[in-house]
Design a protein around this ligand. Sequence first.
Ligand code: C2O
Ligand code: CU
Ligand code: CU
Length: 467
Amino acid sequence: MHKNPQLRLTRRSFVAGAAGLAAVGGVSRSLAQETRTFDFRTRLTSYVFEDRPPTPNLVSLADHAPPPVLRLRKGQKSVINLTNGLDDYTTIHWHGLRIANQMDGVPYLTQMPVAKDETFTYAFTPPDAGTFWYHPHCMTMQQIAHGMTGMLIVEEDMDPGFDADVPVNMKDFRLNDDGTFLPYFTARGAARGGTYGNVRTVNWDVAPTYDVPSGGLVRLRLLNTDLTRVYKLFLPPVPGRVIAWNGNPVLEPIAMPTQDAPLWIAPGERADIALRVPESEGTPVAVQSVIAGQLTDIVTLRSVGASAKRDLAELAPLPKPELKEPDLANAERKDILFGWSPDGDGTKNGLCGDFGYTFWSIDRKPWPGDAVEGTGPVAHLRLGQSYVLRLYNESPNLHPIHLHGLVFKPIRSNMRTLPANWTDTILLLKDEVIDLGLVADNPGDWAFHCHVIEHQKSGLAGYIRVS
Ligand code: C2O
Ligand code: CU
Ligand code: CU
């Protein structure tokens, strides 16, 4: 059902940013060198979606619903004590952070699953500022379907000068009218593009409106944590620019999205947009999408108060990413194929939930499962060397391919021009072949998979070894 955002204004309207969305961990400059410690316990909670009765069995952290926006700082040590309050096993992965392999949160590959009432301590120092996120990597389907995804913001050393910072965590739920959950997926969906949700939310609310200062500069952090949907978003013509893509400041420009040329944000992906909101109080700026032929508001910003009279030119540019350029002239090429699966009887994920089907493969081999021992890497990269990964999509479906622990740059596609911006995820279109360049500078076994979780869990997964 389409909700009029004006109606939402009277029901749920607040200043986004520090005082609005639950955020934990914002640090003052003087504390930047101190360790930041969080004690989180996963737990079940309930939440009201639109006009339904409360939905039980959502998964969140501590006393937050939805899971909090976690604010860390570049170069500052962070310690997260995760205690599992759920009956099921879990782990947490820090999507996009280039940290030590043992802290990456991938069951069996980097750590054992965390049982009920056990605590696992994640300790790391984020090397890059930007928009990242966290999610379980054990019982991934079930726990993400039940809401367990959160934005992870790593603050810059400097202050870029925004008046408001608006986290937008887009995620669909599959709910019955009585608020209970529909099955997480259908086999038919998993074998094709994936299974779509029927309740589209931002920070667990349907088409919310957030108040921002009139004439102010807003950093919109768009994050797609859905299991399946590739969001295609656009904005009205307000002054603005895309400043970061998948956690990294853009080096080659990405155009401001319009209805004719929307910005595609696949599962796992992020975009940071700097924009100046209108001067006159009450004027809405809606991020929209056309979904099933319907013009749909995703999230709306409403300007409040006297004009802050800011100008986009007042923003300090984000610091350039400190990443090593691949040496393409001497890079070894590795070809990797993504496609259908030869017959299989389902991945074996041990304590992390067997999926029951195998539909997908990498290099024509379905991933046998997280808990299967003796499975070799998709590729073995030598530490410190440059590589070109040539990814082939042999299927008609879209696959956002994600690599943990490293970032890469698109070099070329057989179908389109891709801006050469650092990223941890790349969307492969039907029949597309993309070359990626990277320096294998972080040692470990790094998970490598499609971020359509049904694809990941039914075979489109593996890992890349760097040693
Ligand atoms: Cu966002 Cu392997 O994950
Ligand atoms: Cu990841
Ligand atoms: Cu996929």
